[in-house]
Design a protein around this ligand. Sequence first.
Ligand SMILES: Nc1ncnc2c1ncn2[C@@H]1O[C@H](COP(=O)(O)OP(=O)(O)O)[C@@H](O)[C@H]1O
Ligand SMILES: [Mg+2]
Length: 361
Amino acid sequence: MSPADVADIELVDVTKRYGDHLVVDQISLNVPKGEFVSILGPSGCGKTTTLNMVAGFHSPSSGRIRIRGRDQAGVPPEKRNIGLVFQNYALFPHMTVAENVAFGLKMKGTSKSETEIGVRRALKSVHLEGYEARYPKELSGGQQQRTALARAIAPQPSVLLLDEPLSNLDLKLRESMRVELKEIQQQLGMTFVYVTHDQEEAMAMSDRVVVMSGGVVAQAGPPVDIYQNPASSFVADFIGKSNLLPVERAEFVDGDSRLILRNGLSLIGHKAPGMDLDQIRLCCIRPENVQLAVPGEASANRLSGRIDKMVNLGAHVDLWIEVSPDVVLKALVAVRRLQGLEVGSQVDVRIEPSAIQPLSN
Ligand SMILES: Nc1ncnc2c1ncn2[C@@H]1O[C@H](COP(=O)(O)OP(=O)(O)O)[C@@H](O)[C@H]1O
Ligand SMILES: [Mg+2]
């Protein structure tokens, strides 16, 4: 294998048990150099435990962790050339911004002049030039997080591990920091492994998302792929909004699949690769793919219903449309398309076959 083929981080069947409690169950993961990978999942699914094993704070019960091709068994955290931005890794309150950022460089035995250069470079990367002499309490939450980031990148680690670094910030700041973090990562060309329970955050920043559930990887791939082709109802439900409809039976029609729902409703969908028709139990339809049909227009998957509930969110409206006594579809519609519709109105909706994702669980 040439050096270019060596992943920055590689997990092979990594398992972690605490007594009888299986917290991480045979996770395998390859993170190429320069990639922004998010580990996304609900609280308690094993994200922090996984990151702590990469950082070297805990060792796996079984499996291997390699960093740049080197097995890390027995390698202490400070020897892994990894930067950390953890939620509970607060700034040193008695040190200035410059002293905080210099900390890791000093620990490495960097000379005074090199440290000054390193601090300046790191503060420039996070847009905090001019804040050198401030103390953490004189900074806003966003500036504190940027300082923590500068402290982590100053020693120029090859990999940065981030554990929910934005979760203490308010929504507006969190959204702007997302964009900034991604830009910083791209400018540095540094490998980022980012842990979050916030699906929007993961979607917005990542080249690849690893969705975890109960200690295992539920699905991994580029954010758009995961959103468009969730592998299970868990992923469909966790990432974005979805209609999850039970499928009673599925059959072939001209290369497509016809999914028979309750009450004789049926939908035409594309066949899911690698799934037999008799494995299909559910289908997922994203609300933005439930569209109001134009009267008279012929289209596949046209259903008639009645608006049951409506929430106007300014630019768009969430609609709940009852298409059969116990089948309600959520739809996301632009306000300008409503044209006088209200709760109780009869509407026709249509769904493109490509927007119907069959699922086995
Ligand atoms: N040191 C520990 N001893 C026992 N159980 C632990 C320990 N650390 C974490 N756990 C358990 O492991 C599970 C996963 O925890 P964690 O990795 O922190 O989840 P996440 O970061 O996804 O919220 C939780 O059920 C937690 O209670
Ligand atoms: Mg955690």
